[in-house]
Design a protein around this ligand. Structure first.
Ligand SMILES: *Cc1c(COP(=O)(O)O)cnc(C)c1O
Length: 463
């Protein structure tokens, strides 16, 4: 399986190289040259199988012959053994035809663990074979950093630097990053927004000298292996609800559009998905893109769903590339232009391709709060604000064909103050994380300046 850049100016590479690179050298994102697909029988055969086996099948379709199947299966088995629920991603029922997939049973209590746990094992395996040590630079809107630190801490072949926007993530989110004592982990509070952090990471990647000096890599959702790992729970959830004989819809709380795009990938692989509702908070650039074709960056608003306080959804470039018939020149022009103008007008025919599957709904803070209370009253489930954005969005997308699976992306205890204020119930951290508030923290503070942060990366990587 070869991977091409959405901007068409980098040579095609294999799975391992695409994963280790993160972003393509031309600034584009890697996508497989063709989408691998399962037969109906193969999909039907996923029913009742352990999660890690389905993960190995899906990841294997993308890895091709670059990772031995037995090795990949073992990595998946270990990765998902870190989850505290035997189903790994269990489904609970919220209403007659509405279900919720709980993606947060991993070590950092957010869905980022699902991909990061397998990614860390892939990295350590491949880098060990190549006798390399890479430096992973990661911008986090709150949960990626914690998941990356949990997954990579103590690993021999990887150093991790997590950049987070100071004061814009919850204390529990921050502590999942900053309480790791391992020497291969560094955390940086950046005086800026998540979009600033993400832009700095992108600029660092475009500095070829730095990239080579510290063997830079990225594990943001621009990394294709994460997308592949996230396609897995679309399969397990849909199959549990009757796929491939029945099509299933999903409602996905979205920020960088990696999670929702993974649903598109699952559908390309043969899973019958009727509709994906892309739920955003008041940072609703993506919701607008699907509704009126205008993808226009605005001011970032701080909300109670901070992992989605994003105005520049990296993975939208992958969908755009598909929607314009994989025309890399058109994609490059649109997204290079976006860097300076902050606007993309999606061409009408590309928009109609997108709308075959996607709808967008933006949800304000009041409606998010109402969804937490309404879900508690109707089902007894105490949901986190990100999940609540999706529940509320689904209420407004009433024509969504059922059954519908809402992706629940974080445990409520990651956002205790907001959840308690709204619901009157204080969500408790699960047992394994109960002492989080007592663990000592360790992080640095830096200005949102690319050169400052590049110098920091160099020093840490070379130490
Ligand atoms: C990262 C995150 C999201 C958004 O996922 P994307 O793949 O960036 O769209 C939603 N909810 C939570 C809790 C997250 O951590």
């Amino acid at each position: 399986m070869r991977y091409v850049s959405t901007r068409g100016q980098s040579p095609a590479v294999g799975f391992v190289d695409a994963v280790l690179a993160g972003l393509a050298p031309d600034g584009g994102l890697y996508v497989p040259e063709t989408w691998p697909a399962f037969t109906r029988e193969e999909i039907a055969g996923f029913a009742g199988r352990p999660y890690y086996e389905v993960a190995a099948a899906v990841m294997g379709a993308f890895a091709g012959d670059e990772i031995a199947p037995a090795t990949l299966t073992e990595m998946c088995r270990e990765a998902y053994a870190t989850f505290k629920h035997a189903a790994v991603v269990p489904l609970v029922q919220l209403g007659p035809d509405t279900f919720m997939a709980e993606l947060w049973h991993g070590p950092s209590l957010a869905f980022k663990d699902v991909a990061m746990q397998i990614l860390a094992r892939l990295y350590d395996h491949v880098l060990g074979q190549q006798n390399r040590v890479q430096t992973i630079l990661c911008a986090t809107s709150g949960d990626t950093g914690g998941a990356a630190v949990e997954a990579f801490r103590g690993r021999k072949h990887v150093k991790v630097i997590a950049l987070f926007p100071e004061g814009r993530i919850s204390e529990v989110q921050r502590r999942f990053m900053t309480t790791a004592a391992d020497a291969n982990v560094a955390c940086v509070a950046v005086r800026g927004t998540f979009d600033d952090c993400q832009a700095i990471v992108k600029q660092a990647f475009q500095d070829q000298a730095l990239r080579q000096a510290v063997d830079l890599s990225g594990v943001n959702s621009i990394n294709f292996a994460r997308i592949a790992a996230q396609a897995v729970y679309y399969f397990t959830s849909a199959v549990a609800l009757g796929a491939p004989d029945r099509s299933v819809s999903f409602c996905v709380p979205s920020g960088n559009f990696g999670d929702a795009f993974a649903g598109f990938v699952a559908s390309r692989m043969g899973l019958p998905i009727a509709r994906i509702v892309v739920a955003t908070n008041s940072n609703d650039i993506l919701a607008h893109a699907f509704e009126d074709g205008r993808y226009a960056r605005g001011q970032v608003h701080a909300t109670m769903s901070p992992a989605m306080d994003i105005q520049s959804a990296s993975n939208f470039e992958r969908l755009y590339f598909e929607a314009v018939g994989r025309d890399a020149a058109v994609t490059a022009q649109a997204f290079e232009g976006f860097n300076t103008t902050g606007v993309i007008e999606v061409p009408a025919d590309a928009l109609s391709v997108m709308r075959q599957m996607f709808r967008g709904v933006g949800v304000g803070e009041d409606d998010t709060a109402k969804a937490i209370v309404a879900t508690l009253n109707s089902s007894g489930q105490l949901i986190d604000p990100h999940t609540a954005v999706a529940v509320s969005a689904l209420g407004r997308a009433a024509d969504t064909p059922g059954p519908v699976v809402v992706l629940s992306t974080a445990h409520a205890s990651k956002f205790p103050e907001d959840v308690a204020k709204v619901s009157g119930l204080m969500p408790q951290l699960p047992r394994g994380a109960a002492d989080l508030a007592d663990r000592p923290e360790r992080f640095d503070r830096l200005a949102a300046e690319t050169e400052t942060i590049k110098a920091y990366v160099r020093t840490f990587a070379e130490a």
